[in-house]
Design a protein around this ligand. Structure first.
Ligand code: ZN
Length: 120
């Protein structure tokens, strides 16, 4: 089981994953809402869009922009069950456990915090 930092380092080496960044609009939104609210949004998105055992539009359920968590999901390969399976060996077609959901949210929020520090 890799740590969050190990996961982030691996993602940075991917040309595709490392091409995602927060825009000023996203950063303004985070600053306006506060990171705790953003974490709750991430929890909701992960629970409703990633966790079900069966997701008919898997691979297309996460927009590439419109919310900072969506951007973070693509940057961290937590955008769909296909990517979760490829990157983290999370089995498909089984509902995500609470612990798996928490780990995904922690990775998403850590990535966002790194992005915020990059932009100071
Ligand atoms: Zn994906």
């Amino acid at each position: 089981m890799q740590t969050i930092n190990e996961a982030l380092l691996k993602l940075e080496k991917s040309k595709f994953r490392s091409s995602f960044h927060l825009k000023k609009r996203d950063i303004d939104y985070i600053n306006q809402k506060g990171i705790d609210v953003i974490r709750r949004h991430a929890e909701d998105f992960v629970r409703t869009r990633l966790s079900p055992a069966s997701i008919p539009n898997d691979g297309k359920q996460t927009p590439t922009h419109g919310h900072p968590v969506f951007v973070a999901q693509h940057a961290t390969a937590c955008c769909c069950r296909g990517c979760l399976n490829k990157w983290y060996k999370v089995p498909k077609n089984i509902e995500l456990t609470k612990i798996q959901q928490q780990k995904i949210v922690n990775l998403i929020i850590s990535w966002i915090e790194h992005e915020l520090r990059r932009n100071i």
